[in-house]
Design a protein around this ligand. Structure first.
Ligand code: UDP
Length: 363
């Protein structure tokens, strides 16, 4: 079986690493499955792309479609045009897409129209929020997928409700957590750890990049100032996403606790998360990692496609206003409520990628 694996953006790289490792292990055992890795070029900054290939030992892509930034339609269209050419020159039996970025949807459409089977890793998750580009990507991708690999029973249930047959839904667990377990012993502090006098539990990690939080400059500044004041004497490490940086520009902000740093490589970032007091974020992936690590996480969104991080894990959905965040943060610091609620969702055991490859080999 010849598989083309698609990766375009930071969270994709983290998800494909263990899948590739699982294929290589099978090859070592004598299986004839082969893969071709296609990087769409959706994320191209060194610290959003190359660093992850190096740190997670991902082989260099066989092709780079080099699409770079653009509007939703420009980027999706550019990926589709380039990927169609790629598939004509390098046919395969199956295209494997992960997550919910534009590359996921664009490449799934191209493959399906060329009568090539599509496997979607992280299928079935839904926020119900159609203003999120990711939600549209999820729905479109799942409407043309052949193999649905899910991270939770609730994701499988969403697919069943949409009429997908049980025979093609495979609840396998979470590949992002495979990567976490595979690298926990390799994580290390960033260079600024001692410069900023960071110690386990004396700082908070902040990440924000979703349009609902960052696209409106004044609202973003108000949010940052509010968070800065809310945390007392805790430092806040803010690895700033290029999208957020572009909106803030060179503004002189009046912040005493927030320390801006570059987007971090995986090994430094996971060290920072694992040793933090708490995390404030609008990322879905980070709320999964904090769930497994038992780190309190405040998600600055009104919906989540990962309900298990809230039901079982340490995640709290706080909406997008500073007032709500403050309310929930105060409750937490007053009562340590998260300490009573800690658990790891079913099958988030580091073996999801192996299960995926076993299922593909049997079909
Ligand atoms: N991440 C990282 N460095 C950072 C910020 C995030 O390595 O500075 C990792 C993080 O651990 C998670 C993934 O990137 O695994 C999430 O990426 P992002 O927030 O871009 O995507 P989302 O989860 O929102 O789709």
């Amino acid at each position: 079986m010849k598989i083309t694996i698609i990766a375009g953006a930071r969270p994709n790289f983290i998800k494909i690493a263990p899948i590739i490792k699982a294929i290589e292990n099978k090859q070592f055992e004598g299986e004839t499955m082969t893969f071709r890795l296609v990087h769409t070029g959706q994320h191209y900054d060194k610290n959003l792309s190359d660093t992850f290939f190096e740190e997670l030992n991902i082989p260099l892509p066989n092709a780079n479609l080099d699409v770079k930034s653009g509007s939703q339609a420009e980027q999706t269209g550019a990926i589709m045009i380039a990927f169609e050419k790629e598939l004509i020159h390098n046919p395969c039996d199956l295209v494997l897409v992960v997550g919910d970025v534009n590359s996921t949807m664009a490449c799934a459409i191209v493959a399906k129209k060329m009568n090539i089977k599509v496997a979607h890793v992280e299928a079935g998750i839904r926020s119900g929020d159609m203003t999120m580009p990711e939600e549209i990507n999820r729905i479109v991708t799942d409407s043309i997928t052949d193999y649905f690999f899910t991270t939770s029973t609730s994701a499988s249930d969403n697919l069943l409700k949409n009429g997908v047959s049980t025979s093609v839904i495979h609840f396998v667990g979470n590949v992002m957590i495979d990567t976490l377990y595979q690298n926990l012993e390799r994580i290390s502090p960033p260079n600024f750890w001692s410069d900023y006098d960071l110690k386990t539990g004396n700082y908070i990690i902040l990440t924000l990049h979703r349009p609902s939080n960052v696209d409106e400059e004044h609202a973003l500044i108000r949010l940052l100032e509010g968070i800065d004041q809310m945390v007392g004497d805790k430092k806040i490490i803010f690895p700033i996403h290029p999208r957020t940086k572009a909106i803030l520009g060179e503004k002189d902000l009046n912040l005493k606790n927030i320390l801006f740093v570059e987007p971090q490589g995986y090994l430094n970032f996971m060290y920072l998360i694992k040793n933090s007091f708490a995390v404030i974020t609008d990322s879905g992936g980070i709320s999964e990692e904090t769930t497994v690590l038992g780190i309190p996480c405040f998600t600055m969104r009104t919906t989540t496609e990962r309900p298990e991080t809230i039901e079982i894990g340490t995640n709290t959905l706080v909406g997008i206003t500073i007032e709500n965040l403050e309310k929930e943060y105060k409750k937490f610091t007053a009562a340590d409520i998260h300490l009573h609620k800690r658990g790891i969702p079913e099958l988030w055991d580091g073996k999801a990628s192996e299960r995926i490859i076993d299922i593909l080999l049997k079909n």
